[in-house]
Ligand binder design. Structure first.
Ligand SMILES: [Zn+2]
Ligand SMILES: [Zn+2]
Length: 163
């Protein structure tokens, strides 16, 4: 979902992820620092840890889940700090935030346009390749006078563990 992030940031992220599963953290670090500093945010060890965790997982964790994981590495970190760090990463275009009404927001490292499936029982979120994305948007008629800026498609159902 595009959310005020720069194209350049998204492109460099994609470059970091492609090939060898993007586990080459060394190459990613200067990019993260640059993204944060461009938005006037500091590059801190905590932000780096939060970012690294997001890079390692593909299940779109909540702030609480990120907190539990990062706390193992940085025992002094608090949930509020993790939350702020996640928001800083989103603000600088290094991560995306998914919101679902009343339930907790989820975060992910991908910032490119893609869709999700969501399990109605356990809340698991998974990425779906936007196979027919462009065509689908054309098929949906927006209300008169409504200017479409973005489109989200979500598949709702039950994951393989909840079937
Ligand atoms: Zn499930
Ligand atoms: Zn995703």
């Amino acid at each position: 979902m595009p959310r005020g992030r720069s194209k350049k940031a998204a492109a460099s992220l994609k470059a970091g992820r492609s090939g060898g599963e993007g586990k080459d953290a060394g190459r990613q670090r200067p990019a993260l620092r640059q993204m944060l500093e461009t938005r006037g945010a500091n590059f801190t060890r905590q932000r780096e840890a939060v970012y690294d965790y997001l890079r390692q997982v593909d299940h779109h964790p909540t702030a609480e889940e990120v907190f539990v994981a990062v706390k193992r590495e940085l025992p002094k970190i608090g949930l509020a700090t993790v939350y702020k760090n996640l928001e800083a990463l989103v603000a600088c275009g290094a991560a995306s935030k998914l919101t679902y009404g009343d339930s907790a927001a989820r975060y992910e490292i991908r910032t490119d346009h893609h869709y999700h499936s969501r399990c109605l029982k356990c809340g698991l979120i998974a990425d779906v390749p936007p196979a027919a994305g462009e065509q689908l948007i054309k098929l949906i008629k927006a209300p008169r006078g409504f200017k479409v800026e973005d489109c989200r498609i979500e598949l709702l159902g039950h994951c393989k563990n909840c079937k």
